[in-house]
Design a protein around this ligand. Structure first.
Ligand code: XMP
Length: 515
């Protein structure tokens, strides 16, 4: 874990609930730093962490099951405020002598709730309101010294507290938007109970990181692979601020990026930020390895391997370095399980780099940040919106958006069509609400007529999806007029385009990318 010396920190103990990352994000949104750590970290670690408050998350277990996750009771004696959410609240009741019961039916969804006006937790919250519930067990008796501060029709102790000991339990999910004023409740816990300062801002983060890194990187050689993606771009910009010319960035242009992207990397990082940037033009090399290859997995494999080979040659020229920069971000760390060990992103384009670079240590300046925070840091460091707001883009690039063999001509057609799609989506103001939007060249050719002549060209498909995490996605309901404009512009302005279709499948069953 990166040290955030000087910052107040909230410790979130993870009991395995589905909204746990969301709790951490909600705390960070209130400008309070927090970490999500496994519930079974030792009591010594908890003390050493020195939190200003502790949150227990929800989780799938029942407190009375054998082997159910528990917490060291001494946590309640630290004098540090505790907020238990859902399972976390049942755990408080269970550990401190209250009673938890199993209901016959699960309470799930929006639910009317009544709060006590005299609880600090519900300060300025309307006394009758709506909250989001998702539980079967419930607290039927609160521990001695506690009082009930909220009730619903089915839940006699929807919230309870011992304000002297600063221990609070809520059965509902404050972190979910369906809980009206959930943010305010969390705010009250953080600012009124934990006495947070709210000084976790991205400009403070940048200033502090740069100060820490300057010392660490002084006189050292640092190497970073730029992919054009948000994470590596922001990581490089941050390291650059601290290490200046000691940082060398290598950008391999595999010729499979979208229109204008390779040029943008050079213009932003080389010209504007004046970084030590080595651009390797490996277009020919990738295209010749891809010639005649149609099978998607084979294409992916070739590109991954080739990338490592190209990088290896450059790394040999650069020689030994002290640090290799990785754009790992917080969700990668949390998903790796324990939040303690470094993960190398599975993104195959950079995943293999450590094996070909002669380095002493990996440095991951963004490993404490969520994606939205990474974007803010990028803006803080002067990166343009086109870089920090960039859509997710697969490592193998346009090669997996061209069905079948990748050729120069298809690449050009795809780039031009994709550019028009992006331009029109932005003009229509839809770029913020659509998760990803791109064009695809299919492997089916159809007949068209242009002027007086017959044409026979591959169908171009447009794909646009809304999503929160790319695990599931819905096809975007782009207005017909916008689709019409995109279609007619592509047909009129792009060579080898004679038919456009729109993909109306969700994920699942389809994936976002076509290959
Ligand atoms: P699918 O197509 O599986 O994509 O629904 C989910 C998300 O992952 C992106 N994607 C990739 N990203 N390397 C990456 O870094 C890849 O090989 C790759 N393949 C798919 C895709 O764009 C979507 O956001």
């Amino acid at each position: 874990m990166q040290k955030n010396k000087g910052h107040q920190k909230v410790l979130i103990l993870d009991f395995g609930g589905q909204y746990n990352q969301l709790i951490a994000r909600r705390v960070r949104e209130q400008k309070v730093y927090c970490d999500l750590l496994p519930y079974d970290i030792s009591f010594e670690k908890i003390k050493e962490y020195a939190p200003i408050g502790i949150i227990f998350t929800g989780g799938p277990n029942s407190v009375y099951e054998e082997g159910a996750p528990r917490v060291d009771e001494r946590v309640f004696e630290l004098g540090v405020p505790v907020l238990g959410i859902c399972y976390g609240c049942q755990l408080i009741a269970h550990e401190l002598g209250g009673k938890v019961m199993h209901a016959d039916t699960r309470e799930y969804g929006k639910c009317e709730i009544e709060y006590s006006k005299d609880s600090l937790l519900f300060k300025d919250v309307s006394s009758r309101n709506v909250c989001w519930m998702s539980h079967t067990d419930y607290v039927s008796e609160v521990p001695a010294g506690f009082r009930i501060t909220a009730t619903t029709k089915t839940c006699p102790a929807a919230a309870f507290e011992n304000s002297d000991k600063k221990i609070y339990g809520v059965q509902f999910h404050t972190e979910v938007h369906h809980t009206a004023e959930g943010e305010k409740i969390l705010h009250n816990f953080l600012f009124d109970v934990c006495k947070a300062d709210g000084d976790w801002t991205m400009s403070n983060f940048v200033a502090q990181q740069v100060e820490n890194l300057r010392e660490k990187l002084e006189g050292k050689k640092v190497l970073c692979a730029l992919s054009g993606g948000v994470d590596s771009a922001v990581a490089a910009a941050l390291i650059h601020r601290a290490a200046g010319d000691n940082l060398t960035c290598v950008f391999v242009d595999h010729g499979l990026l979208r229109k204008g992207e390779a040029e943008e990397v050079v213009s932003v990082f080389g010209e504007k930020l004046k970084m030590n940037l080595i651009k390797i033009d490996a277009k020919e090399r990738f295209l010749s390895r891809l010639a005649g290859v149609s099978e998607p997995e084979k294409k992916r494999k070739i590109i991954g391997e080739e990338f490592i080979k190209v990088f290896e040659v450059e790394a040999k020229k650069i020689g030994a370095v002290d640090f290799l920069v990785q754009g790992t971000i917080y969700p990668d760390v949390i998903e790796s399980g324990k939040g303690v060990s470094a993960v190398i992103k599975s993104h195959h384009n950079v995943g293999g780099l450590p094996s070909v670079v002669d380095f002493k240590e990996i440095i991951e300046p963004l490993r404490d940040l969520f994606k939205d925070e990474v974007r803010k840091v990028g803006t803080e460091l002067g990166l343009p919106d086109t870089v920090v707001r960039r859509q997710p883009f697969p490592g193998p690039g346009l090669a997996i958006r061209i069905m079948g063999e990748v050729t120069e001509q298809k690449l050009k057609t795809l780039r031009d069509a994709d550019f028009i799609l992006r331009e029109e989506i932005a003009k229509a103001g839809l770029d913020k609400e659509i998760w990803q939007y791109f064009a695809v060249i299919t492997s089916t050719s159809t007949v068209g007529v242009m002027g007086d002549s017959r044409t026979y060209e591959p169908v171009i498909a447009l794909r646009a999806v809304t999503s929160v995490d790319a695990m599931t996605a819905d096809w975007a309901k782009i207005p017909y007029e916008v689709l019409e404009k995109i279609s007619s512009r592509i047909i009129n302005e792009v060579d080898h385009a004679n038919r456009i279709v729109y993909d109306i499948t969700s994920k699942p069953p389809a994936t976002i990318e076509w290959e």
